[in-house]
Design a protein around this ligand. Structure first.
Ligand code: G3I
Length: 387
């Protein structure tokens, strides 16, 4: 099915067909408009329809955005999947041992259910969202590690049970692979107390709590061959011991010139070779591709200075962004293994990249701050559109 749709799109026939063979609305082919003129937003095909036979179209949201009509108009038209940008993380849900704040996550689930959307769960364990109560106690006492492990099991069990039947896939562990080529595992608090076994513990507890939910390891920079290789070593180790795992989440916080599509293709292939599913979980394409290392370690030192909207530099970055998005979605559409593609945000009105690694203008999504489809959107849905 994916090959057939890709072939038709290459021919410029923007017709999607359901698995059952029913035709969906045909969207008129747009001539390449180039030159900064974009097609009428009213003619934009809903992404969730356009990619219906290929993957779920996801967007990261927060409940406060449900009263923002710019956000909801994009979400309601284009998304078939939602994920909580922050509200299902342990620092929000895990108020204390056995005490949970499910309210914001439940709101997102209710919003999705009312509109026939699915929900991805993000995330059960993350070093950046690890409340202190998990680690309370005397770290030198003999039972300390077992106590921490039991808190983890209880947390994962209760949260997965709460969302059973409502969340179809969980990022069980997030960012557990090291960026340092000399070690496999991130040296997080979890790792320091429990060693690598906490990954297996979390995966087994999630499976025991919900027999059918899809279980993912989610990470960034899987497009980097070294990081990918470390991740696959961990995956192979888990699988050799029968640890439940359904797929890999590729965050894909990328930029206008990195990575080459071949690197992403290699990452998807490595996962496919192990019989696992690929989800693209946090896609955005930054306009900045020349930040020095210090921009991340000691911002704003080495960060590219903010672009002025409308400048030559900005327009060129927006053009390159469109080509990057097109290359990525073309790849995802070709791969049967890619069953979900989520952008980390809805439109440029709200993005974590406006403040990270430094405060500056950054417009990394498919829709602009007023919710209108950008060049990147048209490049994805129209092979003849010339950004
Ligand atoms: O809600 C408060 C607000 O009341 C307060 O005034 C403001 C002042 O700092 O902070 C607000 O909370 C912020 C929250 O985002 C909501 O905007 C937190 O400080 C900030 O730390 C938090 O950042 C989130 C970050 O994860 C840490 O949880 C980002 O929104 C979110 O995009 C980011 O998402 C992560 C993924 O989970 C994992 N992969 C990387 C990705 C980007 O860092």
């Amino acid at each position: 099915m994916k090959e057939e749709i890709t072939r038709r799109r290459a021919l410029g026939v923007l017709l999607a067909t359901t698995a059952a063979g029913a035709s969906l609305p045909v969207y008129a082919r747009k001539p390449g408009t180039g030159g900064g003129t974009l097609p009428d937003p009213a003619t934009a095909p809903p992404l969730r329809t356009y990619f219906e036979s290929e993957f779920e179209v996801g967007m990261a949201v927060s409940p406060y955005q449900f009263s923002d009509s710019v956000i909801t108009s994009v979400v309601n038209k284009h998304a078939s999947s939602l994920v909580a940008e922050n509200d299902m993380k342990p620092h929000v849900i895990g108020v204390g041992p056995g005490t949970y704040n499910f309210g914001p996550g439940d709101e997102i689930v209710a919003y999705a259910e009312a509109r026939g959307m699915v929900v991805r769960g993000h995330t059960l364990l993350w070093h950046s969202s690890a409340p202190e109560w998990f680690f309370a106690g005397d770290a030198t006492s003999p039972g300390y590690a077992a106590t921490v492990e039991n808190r983890l099991i209880t947390y994962v069990t209760d949260v997965v049970r709460h969302f059973a039947g409502k969340v179809h896939a969980w990022d069980v562990v997030n960012e557990v692979i090291s960026d340092d080529s000399t070690q496999l595992y991130r040296s997080s608090r979890w790792y320091q107390v429990l060693g690598p076994s906490y990954i297996e513990t979390a995966l087994r507890a999630a499976r025991a709590a919900d027999a059918t939910v899809q279980l993912f390891i989610n990470d960034y920079s899987t497009e980097d061959p070294g990081k990918l290789s470390r991740l696959m070593s961990v995956v192979d180790d888990l699988r050799s011991r029968g640890v439940p795992l359904d797929g890999i989440g590729h965050q894909m916080h990328i930029n206008i010139s990195w990575p080459p599509v071949s690197n992403v293709a290699s990452a998807l292939s490595a996962v496919e070779a192990r019989g696992l599913i690929n989800h693209i979980t946090e896609l955005d394409v930054s306009l900045y591709d020349r930040d020095a290392g210090s921009c991340h370690s000691n911002p704003p030192l080495g960060c590219q200075s903010s672009m002025r909207v409308g400048s030559v530099q900005y327009k060129e970055a927006i053009r390159q962004q469109a080509l990057q998005y097109r290359a990525m979605y073309n790849l995802f559409a070709q791969r049967e293994s890619v069953t979900s593609v989520t952008t980390w945000g809805v439109c440029d009105k709200s993005t974590w990249l406006a403040t990270w690694p430094t405060q500056r203008t950054n417009h990394p999504l498919l829709f602009d701050a007023s919710g209108k489809p950008k060049s990147a959107f048209w490049a994805v849905v129209d092979p003849n559109f010339g950004p």
